[in-house]
Design a protein around this ligand. Sequence first.
Ligand SMILES: Nc1ncnc2c1ncn2[C@@H]1O[C@H](COP(=O)(O)OP(=O)(O)OP(=O)(O)O)[C@@H](O)[C@H]1O
Length: 339
Amino acid sequence: MPNPAETLLRIESLSVRLDPADGPPRHILEDVGLTLGEGESLGIVGESGSGKSLLARVVMGIPARNARTAVDGSIAFAGTELTALGAKERRTAASRAMGMIFQDPSSTLNPVVRVAPQITEGAPAAVRRSRRARRALALELLEAVGIPAPERVAASFPSQLSGGQRQRVGIAAALATRPRLLLADEPTTALDATVQLRVLDLLDTVRREQGTAMVHITHDLAALSGRTDRIAVMYAGRIVETGPSRAVLTRPRHPYTRALIDSTPRLSAPRRPPLPQIPGGLPELVHPRKGCAFAPRCAAARPTCFDDRPPEEAGPDARHTAACWFPVQQAPDRSEVPA
Ligand SMILES: Nc1ncnc2c1ncn2[C@@H]1O[C@H](COP(=O)(O)OP(=O)(O)OP(=O)(O)O)[C@@H](O)[C@H]1O
């Protein structure tokens, strides 16, 4: 079984600028640092537009559409520095050991190719060489992702399947390489509520049974509840808080995390309807940010928050860090206070 103490992915001081063909450069990610252990699951949460998908795409080496991507910093995967590789080597390294599940499977499945060959496209060469092995793997993976009629689905075109089935096919394709790391980018957004839960349960099963490390990207904190070992909270292209999931959800240290929890049904206290919304919006990610990017929306902000970037610092638990000059003070947890 994988040992979570062994680091699989280490991202350090990662900044990413996009130079779109038709507009000014955009400084999207700034000084991002993250680690992920073998077989560990990490949730990355933040509002739409905070840079979560771009982070996953940069790790996978997927180029941005209509923009040049300038990457500064380090992404080490299983001991290999990915930023030092050329684009082709980079994609090969990623396709051998990483899989990505996208928000909308229709955007990645080819409408004119049947399901089976799309699943086995990323399989090891030995499998791809044999027709029989390809077919066996496609059926095995379709069964593993809970498709009740694998033979029929394998022979179908994507348009003949429901949204839930297409997402399962997308997961099967991501699993064909037996990845050590699976990046799931809002994998259930396009699905209805009951199918959402089944797909999330399926990803949990894959992780448990195959020991795959997983990064689960979402704007919905409640979707992570109980499903990830750790949570990283992203705001305007920076990680503002990381820690063990339970600690982040029950004792958040960054005011942004606190506000996200308070505005999330199922996580906030039931006695407080209607749920408060976070006032204001994300800044335009055009210029490098000065100070704390959340300061203009933060009720606790003081002048220094607007001028100086807060470093990521650990609280009483060394694993629980926040980038905030004035972290949320917690009332003592009653269960921890001696009677
Ligand atoms: N190809 C591109 N060209 C220009 N800007 C881009 C490009 N791709 C992403 N961006 C910008 O980068 C920022 C972050 O986008 P990203 O999709 O990573 O955010 P996100 O947190 O994943 O949001 P969502 O949940 O909506 O996908 C946004 O402001 C987006 O407009």
